[in-house]
Ligand binder design. Sequence first.
Ligand code: DAH
Length: 338
Amino acid sequence: MIDKLKKYLKEVENFYSENSTEIEAFRISYAGKKGILSSLFSSFRDIPPEQKKNYGKELNKLKEAVSLKVEYLKSKSKWESKKSKINDPTRTSFQIQSGNRHPLSIVKKRIIDIFTQIGFSISEGPEIEDDWHNFTALNLPPHHPARDMQDTFFIQTNPDILLRTHTSSVQVRHMESNKPPIRTISPGRVFRNEAISSRAHCIFHQIEGLYIAKDVSFADLKQTLKYFTESLFGNSNIRLRPSYFPFTEPSAEVDIYWGLETEIDYRITKGTGWLEIMGCGMVDPNVMENCGINPKDYSGFAFGMGIERIAMLLYQISDIRLFFENDVRFLKQFKATL
Ligand code: DAH
């Protein structure tokens, strides 16, 4: 009897197939209701008592070998059929990651959406500008001290050509080639000769806004800015603080109320609770005249903001350099937002 068991065990050990029907037939022939194992178990009672222990041991060994073999062959045949399907030599071995918009693009798009909803068009201009559009037409004649506020990259061979320091240059171009009413925003990249730090970079982005029509007042400016900050930041308080820009008169800085709840709030608002988010004012009559619009017939307002600054506030980002380093660990955090 023991020899018979050993013979079966050899047979089980030698069995091999990748065909699932053959594997199943093998399983039934051994472990099925009327299979070999079942008949071997029932013949247990005919074994002489002194051989029972040995027989039982060998029988269990055989049973275990059958179930192990079936399990192994089944999973192997599954893998073999799957492997043949995924064996695509053009596939990379890395998981392909889908990209997402850059946080600055997300914020730019949100700002554009807010203004286009109230009738603003989008206008663009060149990044390499001439002195007229970037400075002189904006009431900043040569040697005007306010030029120092915007450290400029000039083209060495031609001091009339420069990298624009603000997108206000686009308002000049737009007024030169359009008649009022004008309602436009100009997003774009700007350049300043700044030392790079956590707060400053020599390349950054701005959005300029311009509205010129009949009887536009300072109240219209304030209302438009209130609509904008509420759309972007939720229910927020703003204040207009008197300031100076050569191209607007009067001029103001727009502050948003940030709060003073935490130590960080104290630090970023310098203990005031207020944060500056943009500059604005009523377009100076000289600027309108420079661009061919009669200030006796029309009035208007303008504003300008840094997209990085707004994005830093919205997402609580403390270092402007993160926007330009293109570290995917930073960028992929904005996947869910759009
Ligand atoms: N051009 C200004 C700057 O870059 C921002 C600005 C302030 C634009 C006031 C405006 C304005 O149109 O009215 O700092």
